[in-house]
Ligand binder design. Structure first.
Ligand SMILES: NC(=O)C1=CN([C@@H]2O[C@H](COP(=O)(O)OP(=O)(O)OC[C@H]3O[C@@H](n4cnc5c(N)ncnc54)[C@H](O)[C@@H]3O)[C@@H](O)[C@H]2O)[C@@H](O)CC1
Ligand SMILES: Nc1ncnc2c1ncn2[C@@H]1O[C@H](COP(=O)(O)OP(=O)(O)O)[C@@H](O)[C@H]1O
Ligand SMILES: [K+]
Length: 515
């Protein structure tokens, strides 16, 4: 799914209004009906108090229009107009007048007003600012937002939590509504997926407001959201007359005394992803544990007992995953440099492999084109330096990826893969995956996909998806706390099977109102 920026959303609105020959008010009405139906389905007329905080732009217009539908269906509403500017939008005014025609007199909140009391059982609809926020809210609006956040009421955000900018970082953190749920229109916003701003929208859902498909299809975006729909076409089916040689030979290089497990995890995940053959390159101390744990994996040992000191092999893999559990001792750094100098195979580099690159930036020019680097945030910081905020991080990471022609996999709750100025935001995964070794499993998965013939960029995007999906499937049986890396790995097969499962049927809505 494409993620549009604010400018594109405004363009999409204009395009739709023109092409479908509707008024902007009709588009707003679509929004309002969708929000109303969402609420009505869940509330079923419950006598709960609903506070609607509405700004004076179109986001506020949405809120005021929803208020009208709620009132018409007998709900107990309190409409508050957050009067932060005189520049009221036409559609806001139109909807405000429709309320007044129905004898509903909103409570106008100005800088010197007392704020309404909100109790924990109430519902708040947050329609103060939408994607039009272009500067920090005034101090009194920040206070109002703090008042909403202090309430513990269920807060439904309209389009985007008020106070969040669509395409840049937040400056006044306490001036952003913490929404329990956000109903966003047509496209999710990039800020929902970034760690600094994602915290303001606990859950979100996209409502289809009928934006013109031609615009959606033909407009290029900087970020794509990756779900099953996006990865399914990437899948390469297995051929009947294939053999293990058809599916490649992956070499996993890593491990040091005390960290042999990381190579076990990566090698196993690589096999479970379907690599025809997997060889592990380990220091000598890794031989027995590895051979015992994974009989399917072949092993080459280094001359050194505890660390990797030279990377020489006489096999012909078609991809190498390197860096996990490697350590950064001098000897290993030297071996890594020598290896990079002669290597021409595609590489997936993780953990200490990344740390060695960070300590020796001159090694970066030795990387083959489209090398995949999979840093967690700390490793990323060592690699590209610190950043001011998430947007600055993305900018710097994109520039790094361009400079060194590498695919950067920025691991996190929503892992973002960057290549060629484009970002792919993953939607699978869960906090149970914040556990030792889960990154090693990812390295194995991505390496295993490349072994089988997936391009590096595809392997990164698909691998991240499968890894998260395996975590999501495994967590159903284990729970967040007991989920460990091996369990994620064991669910890789289920993650593949899940690709071909039919989606759950959508429950039928009861009595939705029509446009
Ligand atoms: N395709 C869509 O997504 C549609 C979106 N609509 C709604 O329209 C919203 C955007 O509406 P607007 O463009 O009117 O903008 P907003 O309602 O988000 O903001 C109101 C206006 O306030 C001004 N403003 C910005 N920051 C301010 C600040 N800190 N203090 C005071 N004033 C400030 C701006 O000039 C802005 O236009 C969307 O978020 C959505 O809710 C719908 O009504 C129509 C269709
Ligand atoms: N809260 C979370 N939600 C989803 N995925 C997560 C979360 N925390 C961590 N992960 C995933 O788990 C993996 C952790 O990798 P990493 O930090 O390298 O672990 P390790 O070094 O222990 O192997 C990454 O793929 C990351 O995206
Ligand atoms: K809002």
């Amino acid at each position: 799914m494409k993620i549009f920026n604010a400018k594109q959303i405004y363009e999409a609105d204009k395009f739709t209004i023109k092409k479908q020959q509707i008024s902007s008010d009709e588009l707003m009405e679509r929004v309002a009906i969708q929000i109303f139906n969402w609420l009505h389905l869940r509330l079923q007329g419950a006598p709960v108090k609903i506070h609607l905080f509405c700004g004076i732009g179109n986001n506020g217009g949405d809120g005021v229009a929803v208020a009208r539908h709620l009132q018409e269906h007998g709900y107990h509403i309190h409409v508050h107009i957050v009067n932060y500017s005189d520049k009221r939008s036409d559609d806001f005014l139109l909807n405000l007048n429709r309320l007044k025609d129905r004898k509903i007199w909103p409570n106008f909140i100005n800088s010197d007003s007392e704020f309404p009391e909100i109790s924990n059982e109430d519902i708040v609809i947050d329609a103060i600012f939408g994607i039009g926020l272009n500067r920090n809210p005034d101090a009194w609006v920040v206070k109002l937002i703090q008042n909403i956040n202090a309430s513990n009421a269920f807060v439904l955000g309209v389009d985007i939590p008020s106070g969040l900018f669509t395409d840049r970082a937040v400056e006044i953190k306490e001036g952003v509504v913490r929404a329990s749920y956000v109903l966003s229109f047509q496209t999710p916003k990039l800020v929902f997926f970034l760690p600094e701003t994602g915290i303001y929208s606990n859950q979100w859902e996209i409502l289809d407001i009928g934006i013109d498909p031609e615009y959606l299809m033909n407009t290029a975006v900087d970020y794509d959201l990756i779900g099953k729909h996006e990865v399914l076409p990437l899948y390469i089916p297995r051929e009947k007359f294939s053999h293990k040689g058809t599916y490649g030979h992956a070499l996993i290089v890593g491990g040091s005394y005390g960290k042999i497990g990381s190579v076990q995890l990566a090698s196993k995940a690589c096999l479970l992803t379907g690599s025809g053959l997997v060889t592990a390159y380990l220091p000598k101390c890794g031989y027995i544990p590895m051979q015992t744990a994974l009989p399917e994996v072949m092993i080459i040992t280094d001359e050194d007992e505890k660390n990797i000191s030279t990377i020489n092999f006489e096999i012909s893999p078609n991809v190498i995953g390197i860096g996990i559990g490697l350590s950064t001792v001098k000897n290993t750094q030297k071996a890594f440099e020598e290896f990079l100098k002669k290597n021409t195979l595609p590489l997936v580099i993780d953990a200490d492999g990344i740390n060695i690159l960070s300590e020796n930036k001159s090694f970066l020019k030795l990387l083959p084109a489209q090398t995949i680097l999979t840093p967690h945030p700390k490793e990323l910081e060592r690699l590209i330096g610190s950043w001011k905020d998430d947007f600055d991080k993305l900018k710097k990471a994109k520039a790094f990826s361009k400079k060194y022609d590498c695919v950067l996999v920025l691991k996190g709750a929503h892992t973002i893969t960057l290549y060629n100025n484009k970002g792919y935001i993953n939607t699978t995964g869960n906090p149970g995956m914040a556990t030792a070794g889960s990154g090693d499993v990812l390295t194995g998965i991505i390496t295993g996909l490349i072994a089988q013939g997936y391009s590096t960029e595809t392997a990164a995007v698909f691998g991240v998806y499968l890894h998260g999906k395996a975590g999501d499937i495994a967590v159903e049986n284990y729970g967040y706390q007991a989920l460990i890396a091996s369990t994620i790995s064991d669910a890789i097969g289920d993650a593949f099977i899940d690709l071909f499962k039919a989606p759950n049927p959508v429950p039928e809505q009861e009595e939705p109102i029509e446009e």
